[in-house]
Structures are given as C-alpha cells and as structure tokens.
Design a protein around this ligand. Sequence first.
Ligand SMILES: [Zn+2]
Length: 202
Amino acid sequence: MATKSKLSVVEVKRPSREEAEAAISTLIRWIGENPEREGLKETPRRVVKAFEEYFEGYNMKAEDILGRTFREDMGGYNDPVLIRNIEVESRCEHHMAPFIGFAHVAYIPDGRILGLSKLARIVDMYARRMQVQERLTSQIANALQQFVKPKGVAVLIEAEHFCMKIRGVRKDHSKTITTRYLGAYKKDAGLRADFLQKIKGT
Ligand SMILES: [Zn+2]
C-alpha cells in the first residue's frame, strides 16, 4: 500500500487564480507553443476553469451528501439496493489523464435508506479529485458504511484509463475493474454473486 501523505488538502496553501493561469502558460511555452498567439490567448483561463470542474470534489464533504439518511417504513424490504451504470469521470493522480467508466454501487439497508441520487453524488465527489481507481472504489464504499451503516456495501468500478490508451503502453481496449465489499458482502459469496449477476443485467 502506498504511504499516506500527512499533508491534507486544507493544509496546502492554494495559489491564486493568476498563478494557476501563469502555470498553464508556462506549460504552453514548454511544449514549444506561443501563449500569446490568438488561438491560445484565452487558453490558460479556460484550462484553469476546466480544472475547477475536474477537481470540484475537493470543495465537497461526504457528510454534506450522506449526512441525512432517513428511517423509513420499507414494508419489510431487506434486500440489496443497487444502482448500476453510474458514470465515472475521474483523473489519475499519476498523469492527470482521465479515466472513464461506470460504478455499480449496492447496499443492504439496515433500517436507514438513502436518497438514490446521493449514491451518484458521492461517486462524483470522490471522482472529481486526483485519484487511483483502487482508492476511489474504497472511498465510496467506506463513506457509505460510515454514514448509512448498512448491513453490507458492494462497489465495483470498471474504467478505461486514458494514460494507458493514448500514451505509455497504448492499450486502447483494456479495462480496469476494482471491487470493494464490506459487511455482509464480504462474508457471503452468494450476495457477491447476486451483485455481479445484477450488474450484468438480464
Ligand atoms: Zn495514469
């Protein structure tokens, strides 16, 4: 396992927007281009604005999204709740290249349920940070476990990494699949089989 940096996001002093734009300008010059030419004049501003979107997950907290679960009469429902095909668009922390795919998230409620859109929002929050797919998978599962306290959580992510598609080994069709099972899903192979079966669809 990678060593965990003690430096958290809040402790890093953020540069100003102007400094960030100047950094993009530097990169443009570094590749041999002229940041002053007409087509590139606005590029640093646009890139920094795009970065705000790519990495907006740093301005969000899991408790704001998952903090409000509710107890509800579910009529005796105690099977898994699964949302499959949640679009994932993240960036690898090694190259800042996109990795794109789908997350499939299931939990088995233990009295509490979650607004369904919140599952998608928690995926987005962690995806919109510098990531490795393994950690993204774990963070989603751990957050659900922590805030919803279900009987079990299953997360599977399948993604294509552009740092493998368009550079490096240039394997255009490889997919990376990661899973994290907690609680009942960890103990029960039948539940995992049911999860994998439902992901595939009928
Ligand atoms: Zn990469």
